[in-house]
Structures are given as structure tokens and as C-alpha cells.
Design a protein around this ligand. Structure first.
Ligand code: GRF
Length: 209
């Protein structure tokens, strides 16, 4: 898992993974920030936690991302999850995990794509509905990958960024573990820009593995 912030989505995933029938576990947590609270959550759960700030790589994003790739491969991960990771991933990671990187974004994409201010942007725009999206990450437009799951969240009259973010977060904590479970059960099949969710009773080989 790649993180930069507080790690509430990591916590949700760890909670889900605690269930005996959950088809995934968190193998390693990597951050571009030493101070990320998510690293503390990982350590508290006995999950290896690694900080790889770009400053340790002479400012080279590609060199840092090569180190991220190597750490992910060493942990034998099959799926990379970005949750609040605040840097654009470069070729070393993208090329190593084609159709196997999930990203969670706090808006109904393609609305309010890009950047870390989607909740504020939805409020500033006057949107009546926002929400969250889990998508496959791919090279090109940030937040432009195919959608795996979305959840809508109404914007209430008295919402501020904090209250809206909290309700969006609650939906993220539901759909991110669900998307990871679908992926790891072989129930996601990418068909161009569309990601088909296969029925549970007929698991088929997924092109996203
Ligand atoms: C989430 O809202 C996610 O959609 C966005 O960053 C936030 C991360 O929160 N990309 P947390 O670190 O998982 O609490």
C-alpha cells in the first residue's frame, strides 16, 4: 500500500483483512513521507512500514519509484493500493504493475480530478452530490484510469470541507476494501475503459492480475 497521510483507508483495509474469509492481506506499507501517520498504523499492526522520501534519491522521482517497485516486488505483492498517496507514480512502478494498481479519490470521477483538494473543489463548485471513486491507475492523466467502484455522497446544506470529507471517507472505507477483495478474488475484468465485476459464483481469470 502507498500512503502519504493519516492512513484511515489503510486502517479500513487492515480491519477488513482481519476477517478469516477476506482474500487479501497488507504485505507492506510505503510512504513518501517519514511523518505519515499511516506508517505508525502499519507498524502497530505488525506490517512492514517503509519511508522512501525523494530527498533520499537526489530528488529523482524515477529513482525513488524504482526503490518503491523493488520494495513491492520484495514483498511479493500482487496488487498495489494507493490511498492518499500524494505523488504521481512514474514508470518504474506503473510498468511493474500493469492493471494492478488501485487508487482511491474523494470525488465521483471525472469530476474534481487531480490534486488533493477534491472535497474543497466540490464545495466551491456548489455540487449537490459528490462521493468517491476507486479506479485502476494507469499512465497518463492523473485520476483518468478506468473506474472500479464509486459511491455517491450528498452534499448537505451546512457541509464544510471537514464534514463532507468525513462522510466521503466513510464510503471510501467501504468501497476500497470491497474493490481489493474483488481484485484478489479474480472478479475484475477490464474491457477497455470499463471494468466488469464478475459474479461471485463464476470466478474467471482476470486480465487485471
Ligand atoms: C482519501 O480521502 C483519499 O481519497 C485521498 O486521500 C485521502 C487519504 O486518507 N486520495 P487516509 O490517509 O486514508 O486517511
Amino acid at each position: 500500500m502507498l500512503v502519504s497521510g493519516t492512513g484511515t483507508n489503510l486502517r479500513a483495509l487492515l480491519d477488513a483483512a482481519g476477517a478469516p474469509d477476506y482474500p487479501a492481506r497488507v504485505a507492506v506499507v510505503i510512504s513518501n513521507r517519514r511523518s505519515a501517520g499511516a506508517l505508525d498504523i502499519a507498524r502497530a499492526h505488525g506490517v512492514p512500514a517503509i519511508a522512501l522520501p525523494v530527498g533520499d534519491f537526489g530528488g529523482s522521482l524515477e529513482a525513488r519509484d524504482a526503490a518503491i517497485r523493488d520494495a513491492l516486488l520484495a514483498a511479493e505483492v500482487r496488487l498495489v493500493v494507493c490511498a492518499g498517496y500524494d505523488r504521481v507514480l512514474t514508470a518504474p512502478v506503473l510498468d511493474a504493475f500493469p492493471d494492478a494498481i488501485l487508487n482511491v479519490h474523494p470525488s465521483l470521477l471525472p469530476a474534481f480530478a487531480g490534486g488533493m483538494h477534491a472535497v474543497e473543489d466540490a464545495l466551491a463548485f456548489g455540487a449537490k452530490v459528490s462521493g468517491c471513486t476507486v479506479q485502476l491507475l494507469e499512465p497518463g492523466e492523473p485520476d483518468g484510469g478506468p473506474v472500479v467502484l464509486q459511491a455517491a455522497v450528498p452534499v448537505e446544506e451546512d457541509d464544510d470541507a471537514e464534514s463532507l470529507r468525513m462522510r466521503i471517507h466513510q464510503q471510501e472505507w467501504r468501497i476500497l476494501p470491497e474493490a481489493v477483495a474483488l481484485f484478489c478474488s479474480g472478479r475484475l475484468r477490464r474491457e477497455g475503459r470499463r471494468v466488469r465485476i464478475l459474479p461471485a459464483e463464476t470466478p474467471a481469470r482476470s486480465s487485471a492480475q
